[in-house]
Ligand binder design. Sequence first.
Ligand code: ZN
Length: 250
Amino acid sequence: MTRILAIHAHPDDIETLAAGTLALLTSLGHGVTIVTATAGECGSTDADAAATARIRREEAAAAAALIGAEYRCAGLADLAVFNDDAARRTITEAVRWARPDVVITASPSDYHPDHEAVAALVRDACFAASAPNYRTGPSAALDGIPHLYFMDPIGGRGRDGSRVAADFGVDVAATFEIKRQMLERHISQMRWVSRQHGVGDHVASMEAWTRRRGADFGASLAEGFRQYRGHPYPRGPLLQEMVEAALRTV
Ligand SMILES: [Zn+2]
């Protein structure tokens, strides 16, 4: 069994961008852990921050449970994720706690500042996690740097609006219904996304995006990923091999 950590900024990001792939991986017998850096407590106009955080943690845990994944919130503040010393230690502790072979995180270029900060934090935490003298909390250092991948940005576009290409796609037609159910667990976000993002139907928007990525790879529904290949991170195609027949390249 290979261990996969999916880590992003807010509850519902992972469900939108990678849940089909995560569902496929658990169906193949691999272990998946889902971590959000924040509880997404700013994602509401109806409830205060404490109530929103409580609701969104429960929604994220319910979504993760649909694929037998464990969920944890790292407890950073929504709209206040920065690549600083304290946050790097917090995220490194989360990586050590999950003990992953593969880490899948946010796109380095994305519409939301927390997404971009999480991408940098997770990249650096994967390096720091195997340095025993770097102290973070109760979890032991990792034996090595995990394989690191980036999800698509929201809508496939970076912060400047330009398209971001994926290295490869994962055909998620077989697991799309589970992906849909996972996003539907985020009931609190349906009104928020309508108001703040002008997206009337959060689930339909996710489906439209998954279909667009599918078209890029000759599939009906797909999720795109890029592998981080900087020194000294592992460059072997571990995730690509794990998804087996669902791997799509152009
Ligand atoms: Zn987000």
